[in-house]
Design a protein around this ligand. Structure first.
Ligand code: GDP
Ligand code: IMO
Ligand code: MG
Length: 430
């Protein structure tokens, strides 16, 4: 029996959704623990593509329970839309497959409005997804948030709404010059959502404890990536949740001793959406070639993703911070046509060579990548089913990634589809 955590080892969009879909085979419970619908996790089964923003990526497997933990912030409209879409495609036919923790915080209309207004007016844009994530977490920490348990109790919801809304309207109108929001309209709209959501309510922490006692396997699905972590990422160009390993325990109520494997997901190169330092970013045709070959356009906002070479300094930081026990390398096929491939193994900063990721984003901004160059394989690997099918240069590239990150590669992804996956070792058997 083992419980395994999936964490993005870069700046998000590493292919976590695909890996969670693959690993769900080995688990009985799949759990999201932080973030909200800023996430966009893509699953491709046959020629059918599904993008999930809130519901865990195990949902395409009937009989596997998917839980949204207390650490997530939930936009009810998006959540219900996601359920409708899945049910239309024939998934989620049994309501008991999905559980929402009652303590999770609800993203309210003012969160989205404030997020957008701050981005419009600020001279220090973060490049957020505009989904209200930051403002919702602000209210959670500020102890004025509305939780799912509040939403489903009309009197309590009414009381909380009338306590919170005047301050939000003051901010919207007087500071941002935006229209105010109407209390009754919000009450009616969100009460209707609450009625549909109530049947999914439960307690993630106790359900998971019982599952652990019963010898079941749990798969924890991270959103965003290590370098977007509110504490350990490239602050302030980060998201507002704990994307690193600690977020699993606070976001689900499962104790750390129950976490066994921690698999970091990293692309064979690197991308970032939004603002912030990115030392290996390529502003030339090579960056554009990666964007086109990797179809690097956001699954949530459609924004073109910034592209660059694999940054081993950054991934080493993810290995260290999360105690990664394995790496899943995705999108190796995107490098198929390249004559040579670079890996950043250190940073030049002023007169120094840094081998560790700087903890200050302003220092990171001033770092120049130091590269090692490897030969490309210049052939199509998208049909490779095992390591033996890969050309020697691709094997050498993976071996180099293991060496420079100090972490074993446990899975290699050679295309977006479920069947385009090479599993080297199974983290549930650790
Ligand atoms: P996530 O947020 O970490 O789940 O990643 P996204 O879904 O936002 O972005 C990953 C994108 O790459 C999606 O469009 C996937 O379908 C796609 N993808 C995942 N693995 C591979 C792969 O090995 N090769 C290729 N070409 N695409 C992949
Ligand atoms: P998945 O789970 C990539 C980025 C945004 C922005 C910053 C803050 O699909 O990997 P936010 O809306 O969270 O306040 O934005 O974080 N960001 C992501 N980038 N993948 C994601 O999720 C992201 N979620 C947020 O682009 O730079
Ligand atoms: Mg994504």
């Amino acid at each position: 029996m083992a419980n395994v955590v999936i964490i993005g080892a870069q700046w998000g969009d590493e292919g976590k959704g695909k890996v969670v879909d693959i690993y769900t085979e080995h688990a009985q419970q799949v759990v999201r623990y932080q973030g909200g619908n800023n996430a966009g996790h893509t699953l491709v089964v046959g020629d059918q593509k599904t993008i999930l923003h809130l519901i865990p990526s195990g949902i395409l497997h009937p009989g596997k329970r998917c839980i949204i933990g207390n650490g997530v912030v939930l936009d009810p409209k998006i959540f219900l839309g996601e359920i409708d879409n899945l049910q239309k495609k024939g998934y989620l036919q049994d309501d008991s497959q999905l559980v929402l923790d009652g303590n999770l915080h609800v993203i309210m209309p003012w969160h989205r409005e404030i997020d957008l207004a701050r981005e419009q007016q600020s001279d220090r844009k973060i490049g957020t997804t505009g989904r209200g994530i930051g403002p919702a977490y602000e209210d959670k920490i500020g102890r004025r948030g509305i939780r799912l348990y509040d939403l489903v109790k009309p009197e309590r919801f009414r009381r909380k709404l009338s306590q919170v809304l005047p301050e939000k309207n003051f901010l919207l109108e007087k500071f941002f010059g935006k229209p105010t929001l109407d209390e009754q309209a919000i009450f009616d709209e969100y009460s209707a959502y609450a009625q549909r959501i109530e049947k999914y309510l439960g307690c993630a922490s106790t359900l998971l404890s019982k599952a652990i006692e019963g010898g079941e396997n749990i798969l924890f699905e991270g959103a965003q990536g290590t370098l977007l972590d509110i504490d350990h990422g490239t602050y302030p160009y980060v998201t507002s949740s704990s994307t690193c390993i600690g977020g699993v325990c606070t976001g689900t109520g499962v104790a750390p001793r129950h976490l066994d494997g921690v698999v970091g997901i990293a692309k064979a190169y690197c991308t970032r959406v939004g603002e912030g330092p990115f030392p290996t970013e390529l502003h030339d045709e090579m960056g554009e070639a990666l964007r086109q070959a990797g179809q690097e356009f956001g699954s949530t906002t459609g924004r073109p993703r910034r592209c660059g070479w694999f940054d081993a300094v950054a991934v080493r930081e993810a290995v260290r911070l999360n105690g990664l026990t394995g790496l899943a390398i995705t999108k190796l096929d995107v490098l198929n046509d390249l004559e040579s491939i670079k890996i950043c193994t250190g940073y030049a900063y002023q007169e120094n060579l840094l081998e560790e990721f700087p903890r200050d984003a302003e220092i990171l901004q001033a770092c120049q990548p130091v590269y090692e160059e490897l030969e490309g394989w210049q052939s199509d690997i998208s049909k490779a089913g095992s390591m033996a099918d890969l050309p020697q240069a691709a094997k050498d590239y993976l071996a180099k990634l293991e060496k420079v990150t100090g972490c074993p590669v446990v899975l290699v992804s050679v295309g977006p589809r479920r069947d385009q996956t090479i599993q080297i070792s199974n983290p549930f058997l650790s």
